[in-house]
Design a binder for this molecule. Sequence first.
Ligand code: ADP
Ligand code: MG
Length: 338
Amino acid sequence: MRKNLVRVLCVISVLLAVTALAFTACAPMERNVTGFAMGSSFSVDYSFSSDLSQDIRSLLAEIEESFSATFDPSCVSRINQAEAGVSVSLSEEEFFALTRAFSLAEETENAFDPAILPLVKAWGFDPPYLYNGKIPPSSETRASAMLLSDPALFSLDEASFSISKSNDGAKLDLGGAMKGYAAEKVRDLLLEKGVSSALVNVGRTIAAVGEDVPIGVAPPRESAEDYILSFVLKEGEICATSGDYERNYESDGVLYHHILDVSTGAPASSDLIAATVISKDGMLADAYATAAVVFGSEKATALLRAAGARAILITREKKLILCDVEVKIKDASYVIAA
Ligand code: ADP
Ligand code: MG
């Protein structure tokens, strides 16, 4: 009898231990993975039972290896180095991402221009991003770079999943949309794995997974505050910010910045100094943020409303133009436009 009792107690304690172990293995834990991708740092905070850091790192590395203009085997590098008329084969994923980039160009009348590398190089805004002693290009260089920065020089062929160009000098630069694409892919990976709460940040392009998150918008000009305003990014949404303050250089007392307007061949000179665009479509948010700075407030507002995207546009006069967003202002020198 006593022997049996000991046996039962042993079985119960083994069962309890197994249950406790199983519970520990399934309990969500707060986790974080950080690193470097697409020329910026990334950080993903998530709550989950298992470690997804390797999946996240591999996904970001894969995206970079496909679309970086400076990584030699990437499809973008192969296209850029190809001669006119040569077909460059693409994976299905690459084909659809490039198709999306070209349709974003069409939607924005090339204000977002994925073929802008010749102009970016002419102005010296290509990697390694060293601006010491930089000077703007001559008007001849600028004019020929403008002609080469034309998405119409590229054609995609769905039957063969390939791309070709009609001019040797035409080159792609997807830097204006890839962080949004990457944030979207990481969000989708986390959802697929069953993560119910996460915050994805790829070079300040942010995705909210599973819950709403307050986001602070960085000061586009000198400010005593660490962020000028905050808003709520709703679960599933991605926000991307473009601004003239991100990368620039001064020459002869004039400041030149990295968001270029292919219609003038020069840095964008609209009334906007920054744009934060919010959408469930990360590539759209990123491309439209770049396009908004090029377009200026009037055209950008029409474009964003038509796409159903939310946005915070900031003018040179520190006026805030809000598209379907409520903000809490921290730096009172910024005022909501009437
Ligand atoms: P970030 O600096 O955060 O990537 P953007 O998303 O606005 O900001 O991307 C700017 C980058 O995109 C530039 O450094 C350049 O490589 C490229 N670019 C510049 N102007 C344009 C444009 N009009 N359309 C598309 N890409 C652009
Ligand atoms: Mg962008």
